[in-house]
Design a protein around this ligand. Structure first.
Ligand code: NAP
Length: 324
């Protein structure tokens, strides 16, 4: 055990201490193995488990259970197993319970891989070549290099910035938009709602990496899409409720948009009758752009437990008023 984790053990040894995991049980088994080696003093249970609810001090969830305060009277930290926290109803939680979202290197690495695949595929016209192949059509399209392509990222947080670093390395012209103005070397940044049209006008390929909040719900609608240059493409990896899918389909049919790569939908799973499944200009994946990687996530969680008991700020502490 390293020193930080020994300190965690010391700080939690005084009272019985259980970490309860309520998410995918298969991945939970890997969490359990890692906890047994890296934090043997913390009892680890996969939900529903046999933990005494009074001993549960840490709870990691995709969707939280009902009546948290009554069920777990000694809960100290609620961890989201995901980068987003939109699945958690803050009003149902004790007001002073800290909520911590997942910021860990594995999620960022997975997201960078997915977005680079999608951007390079759109940039090099791969959806069109797939359609040509299905018609045995040998038809070269004009070749544009990355330096001539403008790629914009909505949301300049942990994931948006990780994606932009790699896009810049490939030579794309990069643009970013966030709530507050940001300064990112090599990227032209826009902040605040009134700068959104100017940002969108620069995006040949637009990537959505915004958290779902009251402000971003339904943001990607007809008037938003109309601000993009004609023939632009969308990569949507934020949350399904941010996109008005009927407006997306109309924009694809009218030629306002040329392609869309969609990883998140409303609802999930998407019903077989939904037109997104079969639209020729939509590439659909089942919310797999990225996933929390237990091997790196457990270290981040244990370090946050240590920080909490040492009175230090935790990485990924959610601002409940802001919603992310
Ligand atoms: P983050 O670090 O919290 O960053 C969020 C960014 O969005 C910040 O730059 C923030 O602006 C900006 N933002 C928030 N509300 C805004 C608004 N109303 N207008 C403009 N900008 C706004 O989040 P992250 O870790 O990068 O993750 C982003 C999202 O990716 C998650 O919430 C989740 O929905 C999604 N995600 C999807 C997958 C998948 O597999 N598809 C996997 C992981 C995550 P400020 O900089 O001003 O705060």
């Amino acid at each position: 055990m390293n020193r930080a984790l020994e300190e965690t053990a010391d700080l939690t040894a005084a009272q019985p201490s259980t970490f309860l995991y309520k998410a995918d049980p298969l991945r939970g088994q890997r969490w359990a193995e890692l906890f047994s080696v890296r934090a043997p003093d913390i009892a680890f249970h996969v939900w529903p488990g046999h933990a005494d609810p009074k001993s549960v001090r840490y709870l990691a969830v995709w969707e939280p259970p009902a009546r948290i305060a009554q069920t777990f009277p000694n809960l100290e930290i609620l961890f989201s197993i995901a980068a987003g926290v939109d699945q958690i109803d803050f009003d149902a939680l004790p007001p002073d319970l800290p909520v911590v979202r997942m910021i860990e290197p594995g999620i960022a690495a997975g997201m960078v891989e997915y977005v680079l695949w999608a951007v390079l595929s759109l940039h090099r016209d791969m959806p069109a070549y797939r359609r040509f192949q299905s018609e045995c059509l040998w038809k070269p399209l004009p070749l544009k290099l990355a330096a001539a392509r403008r790629v914009g990222v909505l949301g300049l947080g942990e994931l948006g910035r990780a994606v932009l670093r790699q896009l810049s390395t490939l030579g794309f012209q990069t643009f970013g938009w966030s709530r507050s103005a940001r300064n990112i070397a090599g990227t032209t940044c826009y902040g605040a709602q009134e700068q959104l049209p100017a940002f969108l006008a620069n995006c040949d390929i637009l990537i959505c990496l915004l958290p779902l909040t009251a402000q971003t719900q339904g943001l990607l609608n007809k008037s938003f899409l109309n601000h993009l240059p004609r023939g632009a493409s969308l990569v949507h990896v934020g949350r399904g409720q941010q996109l008005v899918s009927g407006d997306l389909l109309s924009a694809l049919d009218s030629g306002q948009l040329s392609e869309a790569v969609i990883d998140v939908t409303q609802p999930e799973p998407l019903p077989a009758s939904d037109p997104l499944w079969t639209h020729p200009r939509v590439t659909l994946t089942p919310h797999i752009a990225s996933m929390t990687q237990p091997d790196s996530a457990v270290d981040v969680v244990l370090e946050n437990i240590r920080r909490f008991h040492a009175g230090e700020p935790m990485t990924g502490l959610v601002n409940k008023a802001r919603g992310y």
